[in-house]
Design a protein around this ligand. Structure first.
Ligand SMILES: [Zn+2]
Length: 309
């Protein structure tokens, strides 16, 4: 056989050898095994046990954007770039405000590879953090935590920050963010069971997997409307809709994620979405889903300015 005749066989052999790897790293999601359970009746009970008035409104700020290939977000999707919007949320009560996720400052956004950043939106988040009664994050990744960690008054803010033990256990997960050690000095992290009532209408639901410190944040407004902020258990609604994980290359190499745990959580969220149509489930970075919630009157764009003292 001449050299010329041999090369198609070499290419074919290479494809046969590489195809399973491609499938494993970019296409395959796997089926959920075992169960993760959210007892929504219990969550609702806890949300109503804390004395005081529940939030009347949920505001949000889209602070920055990433662009990821579709398959990075949902294994098996295409290679076209898709938007990943970075949000901060402000729960507005008659007598207090609570921040859920703090987005990130411009320097951290650049380091982390963001493609767009809105300095005015972030300035509003910074002000709102100073005013808030509680600050919580869905998990310990920089695009959710840096707004707090890089805040000029980070040390003072820690007095009202409800960061959990799990969220602070592995600082390398915050990369490229380094939480200022001085701000953490003497800090006593929140240690909770599976459910924790944070404020009237607000319950934290432990959901380790994407990171050890991941938690869902359930919010019941005073008028009964309900939102479930997923953090990054799901990046987009398609993860829940199809019960499909991110590409394995992303979860194994970049995120060091407990993929089996996330799949169980996605399966439970999929079940909840069908069983509880009035509950609005909001993935971490899905602008279309957020816009729908705005149109439905659940979310309001732009934070309220600090209330007059
Ligand atoms: Zn995120």
């Amino acid at each position: 056989m001449t050299k010329r005749r041999r090369w198609p066989w070499v290419v074919l052999l290479a494809l046969v050898l590489l195809a399973p790897g491609y499938w494993w790293l970019f296409m395959e999601s796997a089926e959920p095994e075992g169960a993760f359970t959210i007892d929504l009746a219990q969550v609702r009970r806890l949300a109503n046990e804390v004395p005081g008035e529940k939030p009347s409104a949920i505001h949000f700020e889209p602070v920055a954007h990433f662009e990821f290939p579709g398959a990075a977000i949902v294994a098996g999707d295409g290679w076209g770039l898709e938007d990943m919007t970075v949000y901060a949320y402000q729960l507005v009560f008659p007598d207090q405000r609570v921040i859920v996720d703090t987005a990130m400052d411009e320097a951290t956004a650049k380091q982390g590879g963001a493609t767009a950043f809105d300095p005015e939106a972030f300035a509003r988040v910074t002000k709102a953090l100073s005013e808030a009664r509680h600050v919580v994050v869905t998990h310990e990744h920089f695009d959710h935590l840096a707004g707090l960690a890089t805040h000029p008054d980070a040390k003072a803010l820690m007095a009202k920050a409800a960061l959990t033990k799990e969220q602070l256990a592995e600082p390398s997960r915050m990369d490229p963010l380094v939480f200022p050690p001085a701000a953490l000095e003497g800090y006593r992290p929140l240690e909770t069971g599976a459910l924790h009532a944070l404020a009237p209408g607000v319950v934290l639901i432990k959901s380790p997997g994407h990171t050890p410190g991941s938690q869902l944040v359930y919010v019941q407004r005073a008028d009964g409307a309900e939102a479930l902020l997923l953090g990054d258990v799901a990046w987009h609604w398609r993860n829940v809709e199809l019960v499909r994980e991110r590409a394995r290359l992303v979860t194994a190499v970049f995120l060091h994620e407990d993929r089996a745990a996330v799949l169980r959580e996605l399966a439970e969220l999929h079940r909840l979405a069908a069983a509880e149509p009035a509950l609005t489930i909001l993935p971490g970075h899905d602008a279309a889903r957020v816009e729908r919630a705005v149109a439905a009157g659940l979310l309001v764009k732009t934070f309220l300015p600090p209330a007059a003292p």
